[in-house]
Design a protein around this ligand. Sequence first.
Ligand code: OSB
Ligand code: MG
Length: 366
Amino acid sequence: MKITGIELRRIGMPLVAPFRTSFGTETERDVLLVRVVTPDAEGWGECVAMSDPLYSPEYVDGAADVLRRFLIPALPAHADVHGVGRALEPFKGHRMAKAALESAVLDAQLRAGGQSLASFLGASKDRVPCGVSVGIMNSVPELLDAVGGYLAEGYVRIKLKIEPGWDVAPVRAVRERFGDDLLLQVDANAAYTLTDAPHLAKLDDFGLLLIEQPLANDDMVQHARLAERLKTPICLDESIESAEHAAAAITLGSCSIINVKPGRIGGYLEARRIHDLARAHGVALWCGGMLETGVGRAANVALAALPGFTLPGDTSASRRYFATDITPPFELRDGHLDVPTGPGIGVDPVQDILEEVTTSTEWITT
Ligand code: OSB
Ligand code: MG
């Protein structure tokens, strides 16, 4: 497949409500979109890097820089998605930037060939059950209102963001209000240390599905130690940047569940590798999110339809994030999102909406 050129487009997407985690508060999503143009088709990829390097070392200006300066110039004139993977391999890190480029090439390739991403990846479902990630709030009553609203919309699982000072009390309150049958889990975004183990063990009383990333990004060994001291299963997010990391975590016993985010691990091909590895080891998976627009969401929903994704993901409906998405909105039906069936990611940005939210564009001839 010949690549004619690549557009880097920045868009500003106000969130419907501020989203607070242990590492910061997001009010607007600053998104970098990659559009790959070929003679036969165009392909879209969404870079999930955030404005500031607080979740991981990547940030959106840095992703744009590495794409224009190193990754895009390294592409061969003719490439399929595997060729892109090989061309990007020598560059260390920058997985979110690589994932965006790889996704756009893969989308173009699949659109040209008339195959859906879900079918390419090996999906086994036509709709996926959805959870929702609920940010840290100013008070417990405010949290109970938010959770009640999401449950009324049909979400099948609730994830509460936690941090020191906002953990046992909100979890207890949600459990008491909504009952023992509610699928409930928490995400600390690396806010604790191993010395907090006795405190985190208090969460064992609440029948949580999992605790996500309690310790620092690179604390693979300490997560294994913590796992021995908690009944609540540990799920890793930030710590897993590759299939090799997944293999190490499984070997060490650092986690029994993995949150797969294609951006964090360098793309959908790597996600497929982790899927196969985890499945072979009986490690459960679910698809995470990075407050994506419809472009990234479409691809994540396709991934979440693979057989190893046995837990509900953070693949929420468009309206949970944005008043107006850049694609036709993903809507919750009976707690599920439909897996797109069209070629590639199966959705297209709506041109007028896209223009309205665009803050800059850059065309790079390859
Ligand atoms: O840790 O899973 C996370 C959002 C941004 C960065 C990190 C995380 C999150 C979420 C929200 O939890 C997931 C979503 O709804 O997209
Ligand atoms: Mg997380």
